[in-house]
Design a protein around this ligand. Structure first.
Ligand SMILES: *[C@@H]1O[C@H](CO)[C@@H](O)[C@H](O)[C@H]1NC(C)=O
Ligand SMILES: *[C@@H]1O[C@H](CO)[C@@H](O)[C@H](O)[C@H]1NC(C)=O
Ligand SMILES: *[C@@H]1O[C@H](CO)[C@@H](O)[C@H](O)[C@H]1NC(C)=O
Ligand SMILES: [Zn+2]
Length: 300
């Protein structure tokens, strides 16, 4: 069975992944993630999501939103706790161009545990599932949330699932199903080395084509993706997935600290292509109405 799947994969991707054995469980997780992404049907960013239907059009707790310090409730919020965020992940790690973003399904750590989070205003314990990015283009910034009406160059999403649900599919059916960490990246002219992000961004030239993938075999921890930012200050609110079906299942935690990152690395994102072979740029959804929701800010 194991050999069969591996041969099947090799047949599909030629020699790119030759000699790299991908554990069956991780392959299954990648396939499931792909299926989840496709289950909502075809979508694109031609209208920044304005033409998406279903909950995307009718929902009242949609994301992203503008995060305004003045309009946030600054209350005592527990700090966010990170589990196994400093543990090396199993390898290989597979990064895929799924036509909407560059996505990496996150496997367990080498010790067999799942990195996860709790604390903040999170309604439970959440384990990490995947990481992906939203970006602009040569002439525009592409974060999804804005902070004080200011958009950043890139927004990274680290997606987590409530441990009480078995699958992402099930989690999206519940308001406490998912927790996403949002991290803003600011493009800099200065060469900036980022232990974690570099591992992903260095592979981007290999996944410019839709449906292509690349692997990382070195050491990566989920924590390294945070680029050493201070995680004590963040906005948190109840919202939705920012892609169809826009399920209102997400407790958002968006850090106010920003990662400064090389413009040369960020520019690699703009070269990705979608399933129509069009440049995959400006893959961010328009700002949504707050509709009276509470937005909280955790101050130092
Ligand atoms: C890698 O890409 C091919 C298409 O190029 C795809 O069919 C295959 O499922 C991908 N493999 C993984 C592990 O995602
Ligand atoms: C999310 O909604 C639940 C249920 O209404 C509420 O108890 C919780 O405080 C909200 N969380 C945030 C971060 O607004
Ligand atoms: C990031 O860059 C901004 C603007 O260039 C600068 O103000 C800020 O101090 C930098 N942050 C860090 C952590 O270097
Ligand atoms: Zn996202």
């Amino acid at each position: 069975m194991l050999c069969f799947s591996f041969c099947w994969l090799l047949a599909l991707c030629g020699c790119t992944l030759a000699n790299i054995q991908i554990p069956e469980e991780y392959l299954a997780a990648i396939r499931q993630d792909r299926a989840d992404d496709q289950s909502a049907g075809e979508y694109n960013y031609d209208k920044q999501g304005d033409d998406w239907t279903g909950t995307c059009a009718t929902g009242s707790k949609q994301s992203p939103i503008n995060l305004n310090l003045d309009e946030s409730k600054i209350v005592a919020i527990p700090r966010l706790c990170f589990y196994h965020y400093d543990q090396a992940l199993q390898t290989p790690l597979v990064i895929t161009n799924n036509g909407h973003t560059a996505n990496m399904v996150i496997p367990p750590t080498r010790g067999g545990q799942r990195a996860g989070i709790n604390g903040g205003l999170l309604p439970g314990d959440f384990e990490v599932q995947s990481v992906h990015f939203h970006w602009g283009s040569k002439n525009s910034k592409g974060s999804e949330h804005s902070i004080g009406n200011r958009r950043y160059d890139v927004e990274m999403h680290i997606v987590h699932k409530n441990v009480k649900y078995d699958t992402m599919g099930e989690a999206t059916l519940h308001p406490d199903g998912l927790a996403v960490l949002g991290v803003m990246l600011r493009s800099t002219y200065i060469l900036t080395f980022q232990n974690g992000l570099d591992k992903i961004f260095n592979q981007l030239p290999k996944i410019e084509q839709y449906s292509s993938n690349a692997t990382i075999t070195g050491t990566l921890t989920v924590g390294q993706l945070l680029g050493g930012i201070i995680t004590d200050q963040f906005f948190t609110y109840n919202g939705s997935l920012t892609t169809p079906d826009c399920a209102e299942a997400v407790t958002w935690t968006v850090f106010s600290a920003v990662i400064n990152y090389s413009g040369r690395q960020i520019a690699k994102l703009w070269k990705l292509k979608d399933s129509r072979e069009k440049p995959l740029v400006n893959n961010y959804r328009k700002i949504q109405e707050i509709n009276g929701r509470d937005v909280y800010f955790r101050a130092l």
